[in-house]
Design a protein around this ligand. Sequence first.
Ligand SMILES: Cc1cc2nc3c(=O)[nH]c(=O)nc-3n(C[C@H](O)[C@H](O)[C@H](O)COP(=O)(O)OP(=O)(O)OC[C@H]3O[C@@H](n4cnc5c(N)ncnc54)[C@H](O)[C@@H]3O)c2cc1C
Ligand SMILES: *[C@@H]1O[C@H](CO)[C@@H](O)[C@H](O)[C@H]1NC(C)=O
Ligand SMILES: *[C@@H]1O[C@H](CO)[C@@H](O)[C@H](O)[C@H]1NC(C)=O
Length: 543
Amino acid sequence: MVKRVAIIGAGVSGLASIRCCLEEGLEPTCFEKSNEVGGLWEFSDHSEEGRASIYKSVFTNSSKEMMCFPDFPYPDDYPNYMHQSKVQDYIKTFAQKKNLFRYIQFETLVTSIKKCPNFLITGQWEIVSEKDEKQESTIFDAVMICSGHHVYPNLPTDSFPGLDRFQGYYLHSRDYKGPEVYQGKRVLVIGLGNSGCDIAVELSRLVTQSNIEICYLPYQVIISTRSGSWVMSRVWDDGYPWDMLYVTRFASFLRNALPSFVSDWLYVKKMNKWFKHENYGLMPLNSTLRKEPVFNDELPSRILCGTVSIKPNVKEFTETSAIFEDGTVFEAIDYVIFATGYGYAYPFLDDSIIKSRNNEVTLFKGIFPPFLEKPTLAVIGLVQSLGAAIPTADLQARWAVKVFANSCTLPTTNEMMDDIEEKMGKKLKWFGQSQTLQTDYITYMDELGSFIGAKPNIPWLFLTDPQLALEVYFGPCSPYQFRLMGPGKWDGARNAILTQWDRTLKPTRTRAVSEATRPQPFYNLLKILLFPVLLLAALLAFH
Ligand SMILES: Cc1cc2nc3c(=O)[nH]c(=O)nc-3n(C[C@H](O)[C@H](O)[C@H](O)COP(=O)(O)OP(=O)(O)OC[C@H]3O[C@@H](n4cnc5c(N)ncnc54)[C@H](O)[C@@H]3O)c2cc1C
Ligand SMILES: *[C@@H]1O[C@H](CO)[C@@H](O)[C@H](O)[C@H]1NC(C)=O
Ligand SMILES: *[C@@H]1O[C@H](CO)[C@@H](O)[C@H](O)[C@H]1NC(C)=O
């Protein structure tokens, strides 16, 4: 019988896990090495080894209605895309309201997780933790690893010849906190991801203020990218938050049901609607891959204004400059910022448990190691999708605790491996080669939901509650949907779904002029469907 569960980390994944353990009647103990909840959302003005680190100006790239705990909407006056400090306020409030603090041991570092000698029978783990330089070892029935994956910087210094003789500074984006020290400097940013673009855009503003003395040098902020990226705006069609329109069941159905050449064509067309990526040097090499897009509303305008420009990969560095693969040179560089992302590592765990093959992460549904004799270890928050982290972690944890408690069972090792193989193939096709476990958000959430009986039953909803069904199917696939029915259901979910657009529009309609408008995807669809019918009718009438 699983009773005592160890949770490593009190970021959003850890908090979701504590809460789900409590719902399932388990006894959670959470170890957190810092003195605060929230993980990477807790800003600190210096980066610490082994801990995620963000820059001061981080804003979310998912909107508030899409990134909440499914039974805990953000206050209605919060902006849709929030500064990190607002997210952190919300996370702390959640932890307080749900009474989670008493399960957390702060300033306690987990240094080792090992199977107990009688693991085959009990499935227990021995956890060694360290507080005030004192070590303690405790036995737990199950473990949830929630230690985050924006922790260990990927600094590919070896792949850049000449970097050792470069005389300027270089650093990883995790050590970038704000623009102050870069005043009047010439900066090269390597990597076209969310952080790289945010940093380049932020620096480009400083540079223009002080470019009087140095205007003889053409560009001050350059982004170098090997493979390019799609750059999307948070402000989507008709000015609605992108994910409220993009992450819907109906759109997801279309994307999966259309033949791939049609959906690829539509995808590229959609991505190029705001501006033509080839004209801005941003075009991804493999344009149909659904590689994580970059969210940046200002980058195209910065490029148009000439304060940021995009270059190919760096071939080599000299003492003062970078030579790109196209032969052009960026001279007199003061700083190189490597926004080259992260690799994940679990230093407290034997690598073979999670990476059982070719040094690749092999986890069933991105959560359970398939080769363990007992399913008593789960990784929460590792899977990446276009959906937000909080609702994903919540559903992952709900399923994981049910597996621990034996009310859900895992398939056999072979079946799990087959599923992992199949997913790997799909992942390659849709997302290309990448280190992360990428997946389609709604498909994944529905799969987890169906394991625990919480997947919304849409046909039944259409019969019993058509108004809600329309919003669930055609509207944003917001987190509340996964606590609408089944075990763990939240009574407020229906109302939260029906009022989600009110909370979305409230913070922007600060000067009310006329009635608020909200998207009507269902009626648009009707119009699209009706059009050929009317056309046909007209043709017949004139015949
Ligand atoms: C710049 C940036 C912007 C982002 N924006 C968004 C967004 O808009 N929307 C979104 O959904 N996601 C976003 N993300 C993704 C982000 O990863 C998730 O939102 C989420 O915060 C991850 O939470 P976590 O709990 O899994 O990990 P973390 O927040 O990293 O928390 C892990 C915790 O574990 C603790 N810990 C680690 N190891 C140990 C140990 N050995 N012993 C004890 N404690 C340990 C750490 O101290 C930390 O508190 C963003 C990420 C970054 C970097
Ligand atoms: C938002 O940004 C973070 C940090 O770069 C990234 O990990 C995450 O995948 C992004 N989310 C989306 C939906 O692209
Ligand atoms: C693009 O990615 C797909 C899927 O991974 C691959 O089959 C194709 O060869 C790639 N094309 C290019 C030009 O790299």
